[in-house]
Write a protein that binds this ligand. Structure first.
Ligand code: GSH
Length: 210
């Protein structure tokens, strides 16, 4: 396929939930592409020492998720999605405008993820959590339903799946919202259906995703 061998995806173990957090963004792409990898889970307690070890190895600003390929370190969620898309020669835009558009969608989703994380991991106030639930979250759902209506769908760029599609699906998983009223959000409803019917993802979603 490519020079992608001996891949290790590192991320936290969080709250006995196999999918919550940023590791799953990368994982969905790898699963869809049928790329083999080992998922290495870290506890919060162990991460401090592990991070120091990475710093000692001159890894700059180590954070999770990160990936090693044959021992070489690569990091940051959206850049990892773009990196793998580039390596696999799929899931990318086919011209500068599409590439920019996908970048913008990925940026929106990463912002959404940070705001969602603030409500779950308590780094924001209760007032922020209320605003997230009543305004921020619904605004993102509406925006992406509208974006999906810009093409015939079912994916962000239309017929062809691209890397922000995996991110969009997963932020909605994290936000515990992957079932849509087809009347209110017909395009999100069709999107979720299309993702769930990707052959490799269908098999993966049937597991416990440990
Ligand atoms: N912009 C980075 C953010 C990564 C990040 O903050 N990850 C968190 C976990 S979701 C983390 O590693 N926290 C521990 C730390 O910063 O040491 C990305 O998209 O990957």
């Amino acid at each position: 396929m490519t020079d992608l061998k001996n891949i290790k995806l590192h991320y936290f173990t969080i709250e006995n939930n196999n999918t919550i957090g940023r590791g799953e963004y990368v994982r969905l792409l790898l699963e869809d592409a049928g790329v083999e990898y080992e998922y290495v889970r870290h506890t919060f307690a162990e991460w401090k020492d592990h991070k120091q070890k990475l710093l000692d190895e001159k890894i700059r600003d180590p954070t999770l998720p990160y990936v090693t390929i044959d021992g070489k370190y690569y990091s940051k969620t959206a850049p990892l999605l773009r990196f793998f898309s580039n390596k696999l020669n799929k899931y990318e835009g086919s011209n500068a405008d599409e590439i920019q558009l996908l970048d913008a969608y990925a940026d929106m989703i990463m912002d959404w993820s940070t705001k969602w994380a603030g409500t779950v991991f308590g780094s924001f106030t209760e007032a922020f959590s209320k605003t997230y639930k009543e305004e921020i979250g619904p605004t993102y759902y509406k925006s992406f339903n509208d974006i999906l209506s810009d093409t015939k769908g079912p994916f962000l760029l239309g017929e062809t799946i691209t890397y922000p599609d995996f991110a969009l699906y997963h932020i909605m998983e994290d936000d515990s919202n992957v079932t849509f009223d087809a009347k209110a959000y017909p395009h999100l409803d069709a999107f979720v259906d299309a993702i769930r019917n990707r052959p490799n993802l269908k098999t993966f979603f049937a597991t416990d995703r440990a």
